[in-house]
Design a binder for this molecule. Sequence first.
Ligand code: NAP
Length: 259
Amino acid sequence: MDLGIGGKRALVCASSKGLGRGCAEALAAAGVELVMNARGAEALEDAAGVIRAAHGVQVTTIAADITDPAGRAEVLAAAGDVDILVTNAGGPPPGLWSDWDRDDFIAALDANMLAPIALMTALLPGMMDRGWGRVVNITSQSVKAPIPVLGLSNSARAGLTGYVAGTARQVAPHGVTINNLLPGIHATDRADALDRGVVQAEGITLDEARARRAATIPARRYGTAQEFGAMCAFLCSQHAGFVVGQNILLDGGAVNATL
Ligand code: NAP
């Protein structure tokens, strides 16, 4: 399917690895010029090189922390007038409700709620002026069903979801859509880190931890960054202009709910 976005320009945050990279690759495959970001320069340059070689699109890289105001300013300056914004950052650490103090919550809010809001605040006006734009926020299945060990994520992402629900309806008249993608477990470094936590806590092997988690998913496997990226690219496409303010689960059926 021709996504109709060849020649558009996208900022894909936190995209040297994992789900962000899957989104960057799928957009590049649709002919979109990229601005990619991550903190670590080496992996970022590697990813950009692979994407340039595979898809022949222009890729600009900015190594910076997207959750830090100075890093974000650097990224936004390089991004300029983008048509597409994919927000993403690392997820908060696991723990128990009784572990966290105010500083832990502020850090989670900065990374997973306020950073994407700041990016939207900066880029939505230009998209609205030009009459076309797409925003996809990478959130989590924890928005639909809380994950007990990820209380910081449950909290911060719920805040972002509320913001998007209202804002998406205000920018839609200008040809701009905002939607959230909610990953369940995908085979990335983040899933590995969470599984290693289970290995330590329960004295089992990594393979056992993975098998145990996969058994809880109706699809009986982890998702892939490629599948995730394909859905992101579709939401950014010309065909998805009527999809506004939605929260789309990609979880192999893990959240057991009718709606
Ligand atoms: P990942 O494999 O660990 O990749 C994270 C990517 O983001 C890397 O490129 C990393 O590069 C970059 N990054 C992290 N923090 C950053 C920051 N502050 N500024 C700029 N770049 C940053 O993670 P993932 O699995 O793709 O997860 C992406 C998001 O989805 C996370 O918020 C995660 O919590 C959420 N999620 C993931 C899953 C899953 O199963 N994978 C499920 C639910 C939710 P650097 O480290 O070099 O910066």
